[in-house]
Design a protein around this ligand. Structure first.
Ligand code: NAD
Length: 310
């Protein structure tokens, strides 16, 4: 199976590293020149425990892919949410009617973007509990060693092929499984991001600092409530109590969520429009009030302006 990974950041590089190490045909695609140059020279260098292990694989910019015109069997997208559509537009030459696209991005509504490029029976949605960080161009650190992946094809016609992809991921050490209700898992994870990512970025706090404030409980309940109210109109019935407990289980972890890392530590734009912002937007469509999500989205955008993100 010819595999391409679009977006060779923390997660795309991690997945590429594992899949290549397991003997797969993997090509990375990225837009960041310094990252492309570093990976061309040394491969993807992963820090595993105390060791640095490099894995060489080809990497191209989308413009270079344009000249190759060879379609891939599986395209794994790992851009940030706001980069997804541009990336897919520039990868049209390698997306054929037989290409499966696997999306493990955080956030909501990515399937709407993917449907502009492939049919629903070739769209595989998922969530992953693997975590990774970039320490320098071409260099990643694995943030955990007990992650997993749940995936499902949007149309049952693609189930057999998706199960083959489950096996490829699992054989590469990425612990994947086929889900019968992946949209539930996507919304459940979005609730975590909608609470801790956004609020830790706004408050410049880690999960533990935020979780130990007197306001944490009330804020969590109100935000999860809005996600659940909107999810219902999208055919997903979240178990509010379980989801709140799941979010609050992070309140003892002194970890800075990725939105804090992007916005506060690296002055990069956030994925807020695909998390709380998506719930606000979908709420407007279904006439569901989402005052917390709307306010949080506006505050994050204001902070992006203040910090002059690029
Ligand atoms: P990332 O920011 O590391 O990479 C995304 C893109 O941004 C890549 O093309 C990368 O090359 C580019 N990039 C990264 N740093 C850059 C810099 N300093 N300057 C210019 N370009 C830069 O994103 P990620 O963490 O791999 O996340 C990809 C998707 O996966 C997101 O939707 C994220 O929410 C989700 N996700 C991330 C993790 C995680 O642990 N990182 C876990 C689960 C899901």
């Amino acid at each position: 199976m010819r595999i391409a990974i679009a977006g060779a950041g923390a997660m795309g590089s991690k997945f590429g590293w594992h899949l290549k190490k397991a003997g797969n045909d993997v090509t990375l695609i990225d837009t960041w020149d310094r990252n492309i140059a570093a990976i061309r020279e040394n491969g993807v260098v992963a820090r595993v425990k105390d060791e640095e292990i490099a894995e060489k694989m080809p990497i191209y910019s989308p413009e270079e892919i344009d000249e190759q015109h060879e379609s891939v069997d599986l395209l794994i997208v790992f851009t940030k949410s706001m980069q997804l559509e541009n990336m897919l537009n520039s990868l049209k030459p390698i997306i054929s009617k037989d290409t499966y696209v696997l999306c493990l991005l955080n956030g909501l509504g990515h399937e709407d973007v993917l449907e502009r490029f492939v049919t629903r029976d070739h769209i595989i949605m998922g969530v992953t509990m693997w975590a990774s960080m970039m320490t320098a161009p071409g260099h990643i650190t694995f943030a955990n060693d007990n992650g997993n992946i749940e995936i499902q094809c949007l149309d049952p016609k693609g189930k057999d092929e998706t199960q083959k992809i489950v096996k490829i991921l699992t054989d590469a050490g990425l612990n994947a499984s086929y889900s019968e209700n992946v949209m539930y898992s996507i919304w459940r994870k979005a609730c975590v991001n909608g609470v801790v990512n956004a609020l830790c970025a706004l408050l410049d706090a880690d999960c533990k600092q935020f979780g130990h404030t007197k306001e944490a409980d009330e804020l969590t309940r109100n935000i999860v409530q809005e996600f659940a109210d909107v999810a219902q109109y999208e055919g997903v019935n979240l178990d509010r109590k379980e989801v709140i407990e799941h979010v609050e289980s992070l309140f003892d972890t002194p970890h800075y969520p990725s939105m804090h890392q992007d916005l506060v530590q690296n002055n990069r734009p956030t994925e807020i429009d695909y998390i709380d912002g998506a719930v606000w937007r979908k709420g407007l469509k279904h006439s569901v009030a989402t005052p917390y999500c709307a306010f949080i989205t506006r505050l994050i955008h204001a902070k992006e302006d203040i910090l002059n993100v690029k």
